[in-house]
Design a protein around this ligand. Structure first.
Ligand code: SF4
Length: 232
């Protein structure tokens, strides 16, 4: 039986190793430009990253900075976002761009207090910008990462909207490595999207299946069931 510290170490190593071989490559991961990262995070909300990719390329080509985005025609932007749905994001993007231009001199803030003042920016987007653009060591709490921590460690939230739970965020932050935490956050996002999925997680092939509470509880149950069948 592993101690809590050993389990944490195994978790971090396994996720990092898995990411090395399976990471998904997207243009917003290759930049440190906070504006581009902010735009990508708006597009990634409730949207598959592969689908968001084409729209992201169009928007960054047409509106490479907040000054141009602030002047965008809302109907044009809605049409550009339409292929991935949730076109209301067009209105949000323009409002946010205007805030950046008029209140922040065209710069994306580098602190949570100001980021959260931006229209449509909540804890998830603010942390994504802080981590991926400004290299702040903060946890990314979205449905994927919350699910992984819930299953492996049994960590959960009493909050109706766990994505906004600051206590949960702090707990998850404890698992971040001291270095390369941005890559680690990307790893968690990719792992949750492709291995530890909401439905039919790929437990049999999962590198965490020797330490995952959820999987181990399931196999224990199966073992008890199969033993009781044998004894009938
Ligand atoms: S063993 Fe299954 S539930 Fe546990 S982390 Fe892996 S995929 Fe997720």
């Amino acid at each position: 039986m592993l101690s809590a510290e050993q389990k944490k170490l195994k978790f971090n190593r396994s996720i990092s190793r898995w990411f090395y071989n399976h990471q998904r490559i997207y243009p917003w991961r290759k930049t440190k430009d906070p504006y581009k990262i902010l735009v990508s995070e708006f597009l990634l909300q409730k949207t598959n990253a592969d689908l968001a990719l084409d729209v992201y390329k169009v928007l960054i080509r047409e509106y490479p900075n907040p000054f141009l985005l602030a002047k965008a025609k809302v109907n044009n932007l809605r049409n550009q976002i339409a292929p991935i749905g949730l076109s209301y994001r067009a209105d949000r993007l323009i409002k946010t761009a205007k805030q950046l231009v008029y209140e922040y001199n065209g710069q994306v803030p580098n602190n949570r207090k100001d980021l959260l003042k931006l229209y449509g920016v909540g804890l998830y987007i603010s942390n994504a910008v802080l981590c991926f653009a400004y290299k702040d060591r903060v946890a990314i709490i979205d449905t994927n990462t919350i699910r992984i921590f819930g299953r492996v460690f049994g960590i959960s939230s009493n909050n109706k909207r766990p994505r906004t739970d600051v206590k949960l965020e702090k707990k998850m932050e404890n698992w971040l490595p001291k270095r390369n935490f941005d890559m680690f956050n990307y790893a968690l996002l990719d792992f949750g999207a492709t291995v530890c999925t909401a439905v039919n997680p790929k437990c049999k092939k999962c590198p965490l299946n020797t330490i995952c509470d959820y999987y181990l509880a399931g196999t224990k149950e199966e073992f008890i069931k199969s033993s009781s069948h044998k004894h009938k």
